[in-house]
Design a protein around this ligand. Sequence first.
Ligand SMILES: *[C@@H]1O[C@H](CO)[C@@H](O)[C@H](O)[C@H]1NC(C)=O
Ligand SMILES: *[C@@H]1O[C@H](CO)[C@@H](O)[C@H](O)[C@H]1NC(C)=O
Ligand SMILES: *[C@@H]1O[C@H](CO)[C@@H](O)[C@H](O)[C@H]1NC(C)=O
Ligand SMILES: *[C@@H]1O[C@H](CO)[C@@H](O)[C@H](O)[C@H]1NC(C)=O
Ligand SMILES: *[C@@H]1O[C@H](CO)[C@@H](O)[C@H](O)[C@H]1NC(C)=O
Ligand SMILES: *[C@@H]1O[C@H](CO)[C@@H](O)[C@H](O)[C@H]1NC(C)=O
Ligand SMILES: *[C@@H]1O[C@H](CO)[C@@H](O)[C@H](O)[C@H]1NC(C)=O
Length: 699
Amino acid sequence: MRSLQQLLCSTFILPAVYAFTSTPFSPPSIPLAVRTPYLSAWLPQGGSGVALNAAWPQFWDGATLGWAGFVKVDGVPYSFLGTPSVPAAKFNLATQQSVTFTATQSTFVLAAGPIDLTVNFLSPVEPTDLVKYSIPFGYMAVSAAANDGKSHSVQVYSDISAEWVSGDDSLTVNWTSTTTGPILTHQVQLEDQTLFGEVDDHTQYGSAFYSTPNTVSATFQTGQDVVVRAQFINNGVLANTKDTNFRPVSDDWPVFGLAHNLGTIGTTASAPVIFSVGHIRDPVLEYVVVGGTQDRSLYFWSEFSTAAEVISEFLGDYSGALSRAKTFDAQVNSDASAISTKYAGIVELSVRQVAGAIEITISKEANGSWNTSDVMVFMKEISSDGNVNTVDVIMPSWPFWLYSNPALGKFMLEGLFRYQATGLYPNKWSVHDLGASYPKALGHNDGADEAMPVEECGNMLVMSLSYAQKTGDISQLQRYSALLDQWTQYLINDSLIPGDQISTDDFAGALANQTNLAIKGIVGIKAMSVVWGLLGNTAQESNYSGIAARYLPQWQAFATSTTGPHLTLDYNDESSWSLSYNLFGDKLLGLNLFPASVYAEQTAWYPTVDNAFGVPLDTRHTYTKTDWQIWTSTLMTNTAARDMFIEAVYLWASSGTNNAPLGDWYDTIAGAPEGFRARPVVGGHPGVVNTSMYLSGGP
Ligand SMILES: *[C@@H]1O[C@H](CO)[C@@H](O)[C@H](O)[C@H]1NC(C)=O
Ligand SMILES: *[C@@H]1O[C@H](CO)[C@@H](O)[C@H](O)[C@H]1NC(C)=O
Ligand SMILES: *[C@@H]1O[C@H](CO)[C@@H](O)[C@H](O)[C@H]1NC(C)=O
Ligand SMILES: *[C@@H]1O[C@H](CO)[C@@H](O)[C@H](O)[C@H]1NC(C)=O
Ligand SMILES: *[C@@H]1O[C@H](CO)[C@@H](O)[C@H](O)[C@H]1NC(C)=O
Ligand SMILES: *[C@@H]1O[C@H](CO)[C@@H](O)[C@H](O)[C@H]1NC(C)=O
Ligand SMILES: *[C@@H]1O[C@H](CO)[C@@H](O)[C@H](O)[C@H]1NC(C)=O
């Protein structure tokens, strides 16, 4: 994936000193442009902190994304982004002073001699605006101010490489540049495209775009990395020339450069120069329907007909986007800070990671018009399996959707419901996911998906009811009541004594009689009772309520350890225990099904088994999960126990033991990663903000 030159560079320019401040803390990796499963650019940090110009940005999986930046100050060149090597030109490294992240922004301040450069990466999170949310672009805004009280001449340059369009750098790309009109845009794509294809999790079709307003001073150039960068470093302007020798990504590394002359800059910060980076595919996904598949496109197409229009709208909207982002960031910070400052940091780091794991789609009507009544949201199970809309990955992320806009959750469930309502899926329990490989939502008509029967039936019931409770919209419950009832039948059969099966924590293996799975199942049965109540079927309401009530004492007798007052991992395994995070459903739905004594016992128990980096998932291993610890924290009956879990997740997130986008699975003794990264399950981290708030408010 990397050239020898890039490898040497990133090896030699190591982050020698941790000289800058990281606020609110130094995370494993900092989001730069994170909007979709395929627009996902990060800066690895690894605890000691890595300056913006001391590593290449990376795709979430660690592959290099060429994204470079230089500034010239009174003729002296400095690099501020990436680690380019340019043999034909000498330049300095700007010195990073600070990095700050909020829910939607990462802001770096670097001193380039007498100029302080502020580089702001904004990945908008616009939960209630489906058009804006679905535009797969991020901003980089660069502004300069003198730090010595004098005035200086400043030019700014940035480029991207073609690494943004493929997981295979040996493939040929072509490109075009639009250089007339109000916006300069470089567009690059694979010459040989594979619709819905992936290589190493990178998409293999569609186009990347790098754009900036076409001001009087703006210049552009495409060509070999060392040539285009040397042109700016030596001259402070680009040559306005186009390289049309289309070639593989790594063949003399073509880059797509843009530059601005900011003119004379004093102590007042200049208006920012805006760059937008994005990646558009169309259609984004194929969805299984009776007799075939349906192509689905991003929602924004209902308002725009060309990529140029979208880019124009996106760049033109920068100040509006920034102001909305500030409002959203402040709301998240204030809500989460009500718990603690550390908790706020965890939530802020998690927002772009979860928000950027989905795509909001619509279909076309028979006559070719967009059908905006037909919204479905798809999530990629990033890093673990790459499945489409994995039910037990949507479930942990659910708190974020409830918090930000519950309708997004409804649209996520819709594809699962609609597929299973066709009858194409043969099992009596809920499907695990909509397709093995994103973005192919082809279903599992052979019924051979990863079976998690109790897990997924319970999840679908909990999520669909919580959406209805939060919004008062019972239309989805009405439409799919037969499926929900069928899954409840399954739970009635198989959740008091759960068979030998896996839970969402599939890496821990299958086990019979899992206490925590039984909780999910019983919560599900009770949830269906509430659903039937909302739908006016009082007979089934009281029937299911009665079944849940009868199961409860039986479950409690099976699940309570005889040797200590705590729940077991599995029945008749007295010394075992686990995180009983599925009680979160009882809280979330306001069921009050499980007795207070259970909560009290668990609250007293976990502090006795807390390791250096938190409480293990269960007695089989020393590893744990961040999402389940945060969920469990919401069940604690005192703040000390709650904060113990939050401290643990904070310690893991800030400990510097790895440099991948926040992982949710790690070891509680060594604080070492177990392999997952960048997964949307971190949407569960807002789970403490706060359980009762789900029923009443949110922004
Ligand atoms: C680049 O390749 C795409 C896909 O094959 C093709 O549609 C397009 O016309 C090509 N563009 C140029 C400028 O050659
Ligand atoms: C397609 O049909 C819809 C009604 O279903 C109508 O509103 C729309 O104008 C039609 N579009 C075209 C292009 O005919
Ligand atoms: C639009 O989508 C909705 C939801 O799938 C569907 O019920 C409706 O028939 C569609 N409208 C048209 C005109 O295709
Ligand atoms: C539940 O068990 C009954 C009795 O064994 C069986 O007939 C029914 O098919 C089962 N239902 C589901 C959904 O598993
Ligand atoms: C599950 O627990 C029940 C109740 O204690 C017990 O009868 C059954 O044998 C257990 N099943 C397994 C496979 O251990
Ligand atoms: C209650 O539900 C169970 C499970 O579906 C069913 O077997 C039973 O007949 C129902 N009871 C009544 C009184 O409807
Ligand atoms: C959640 O919100 C409710 C109502 O605003 C408040 O009474 C409660 O203390 C909050 N819980 C936490 C854990 O902050």
